[in-house]
Ligand binder design. Structure first.
Ligand code: ADP
Length: 495
């Protein structure tokens, strides 16, 4: 295993921690020497820096991944051996869980317990894919007399993973777990706003026994390092989680190279409350589904459809809950933390203003803690009522703690409204009527439908992905192994 003698990833330089890329098993800066400052969203203070990688650094990482794929010990390993390395990585992430959770929380501003939940999910992803590595096999196909035919699952080769800033630990784990289980090598480009845990995980992957060059991480801006990676001819497959617009740009780059992609994009996911719903069970889930991670979750339950007979009662109860919500610094571990950066906070404020102009009514809003530092990017949660289902607020992703509620009458209208956006990621259906549970769940166009529950975060085993503008391909669960491999058919003639 190639490792520099000093494997300390985050070197302490006074208060500031200078992180390095992981390329070919070595910790290196950007060749230009340029760096990106990392600020904590809770107070806006810089506490670390990461390399501002350019084309040349991305090229070095892709070459290293290519070499590891073509010639390294990785390609000769059995699936069971790859699985064992992933299991060891899972164990190492568990050993370093406190450090990783704290780093993620500081880097993204998410409440401390969400950092813990994310690291717990990451441990489970590496465990799950470690166990799955030697179980994703092909089929023997009955064919012509005198022939034997079978399929096998082959790695794509070099997989590029472009990771967002909202759940870096979890999303890296689901991408890397599935890609490595199938024998691919990886080049990861984390988001410029939250790269630190990805670098740390690559370091732990080396310790777990991943050969040099198998798990590379290059940090940098999306338009620079991200664009260079998605356009690199040495990449065989791209997996992306992030905004729909960026997904389109990455698919265009992929099309020029005729390569496959998995796209996990935005959402405008509905929760449908029928009049017979168990409101004691539903309402806390409805609130959590929009404030978790400050609403910066692709699967956030950002639309609420309430059946007319319970509309006023539900809105009154939600108004009480929203009024009590407080945005606080990550370490206070409150209801929600700050948003990731000033741009995101401004975008959310602009969408709230536009919704009011469109005639939506602010039914209730939470607050920002009095002692929240000035430099943090806080937004109080907002509950909108009487929202026009065709307005921007009901159609477009806010990516903030903003819930758009409106009413409906009967099953037909519920399904029509739930399916009435260009997205289709997740949906929640709340009713005690067993027949309706099945009828409605069946007609909803979304990658995941929950009945009397909601939540894509849990369940590493559950395939996840979108319809329409929410993307295509599936991550998580066993299905992700199919995206991360290509079927090969081999035919023998018995001569
Ligand atoms: P946001 O706009 O909130 O930053 P994005 O969806 O653009 O969200 O970011 C998700 C990831 O995509 C990040 O790692 C980011 O650096 C990367 N990215 C952004 N623009 C591009 C691009 N043009 N090409 C490739 N990657 C990009």
């Amino acid at each position: 295993m190639l490792k520099t003698p000093d494997t300390t990833l985050l070197r302490t330089v006074g208060e500031e921690r200078a992180a390095l890329n992981v390329i070919g098993g070595r910790m290196v800066g950007a060749q230009s020497g340029a760096r990106i400052e990392v600020a904590c969203p809770s107070d806006g203070k810089v506490f670390a820096s990461v390399p501002q990688s350019g084309e040349v650094d991305v090229d070095a990482a892709v070459r290293s991944a290519r070499q590891a794929f073509e010639t390294g010990p990785w390609s000769r390993m059995t699936a069971a051996e790859r699985g064992r390395i992933l299991s060891r990585l899972s164990a190492l992430v568990e050993v370093h869980a406190d450090e990783l959770a704290a780093l993620e929380s500081r880097d993204t501003g998410k409440p401390a317990r969400q950092g813990v939940a994310d690291v717990t999910a990451a441990i489970r992803y590496y465990e799950y894919y470690g166990g799955a590595a030697d179980k994703a096999h092909g089929d023997q196909i009955p064919f012509l007399d005198g022939y034997t035919a079978f399929t096998s699952r082959e790695p794509h080769g070099v997989v590029a993973g472009i990771i967002p800033w909202n759940y870096p630990l979890q999303i890296l784990a689901r991408v890397a777990g599935a890609a490595l289980a199938m024998g691919n090598t990886l080049v990861i480009k984390p988001a410029e706003d939250a790269s630190l845990t990805s670098l740390r995980i690559a370091d732990l992957a080396l310790e777990a026994g991943c050969p040099a060059g198998v798990f590379n991480v290059v940090t940098g801006y999306g338009g620079e390092a991200g664009a260079a990676l998605s356009a690199h001819p040495g990449v065989d497959y791209v997996t992306f989680t992030g905004s729909t617009g960026t997904g389109t740009a990455i698919q265009q780059a992929a099309a020029l190279n005729n390569r496959g992609v998995t796209m996990e994009l935005g959402g405008k996911s509905p929760q449908i409350l029928f009049a017979d719903a168990d409101l004691d069970a539903a309402l806390p889930v409805v609130v959590n589904a929009i404030i978790q991670n400050g609403g910066q979750t692709c699967s956030a339950g950002s639309r609420l459809l309430v059946e007319k007979p319970i509309h006023d009662e539900v809105m009154a109860a939600l108004a009480r809950s929203f009024s009590a919500l407080v945005a606080e610094p990550h370490h206070a571990d409150g209801d929600l933390g700050p948003l990731i950066n000033a741009r995101q906070a401004e975008r959310v404020a602009a969408m709230i203003e536009a919704a009011e102009k469109d005639g939506a009514e602010i039914v209730a809003q939470g607050s920002v803690a009095d002692d929240a530092p000035e430099g943090g990017h806080y937004r109080a949660p907002v509950l909108f009522g009487g929202v026009d289902p065709l307005s921007q607020l009901a159609q477009e992703e806010v990516f903030g703690p903003v819930l758009a509620a409106f009413s409906f009458e009967g099953e037909e209208e519920a399904v029509r409204l739930a399916n009435g956006t260009q997205y289709g990621l997740v949906a929640g259906v709340w009713t005690r009527d067993g027949g309706r549970q099945h009828r409605v769940a069946r007609r909803i166009r979304a990658g995941q439908v929950y009945v009397n529950a909601y939540g894509a975060g849990g369940g590493v085993e559950l395939p996840f992905g979108g319809f329409g503008r929410s993307g295509h391909g599936r991550e998580k669960g066993f299905e992700a192994l199919y995206d991360m491999s290509a079927t090969k058919t081999t035919v023998f003639r018995h001569i």
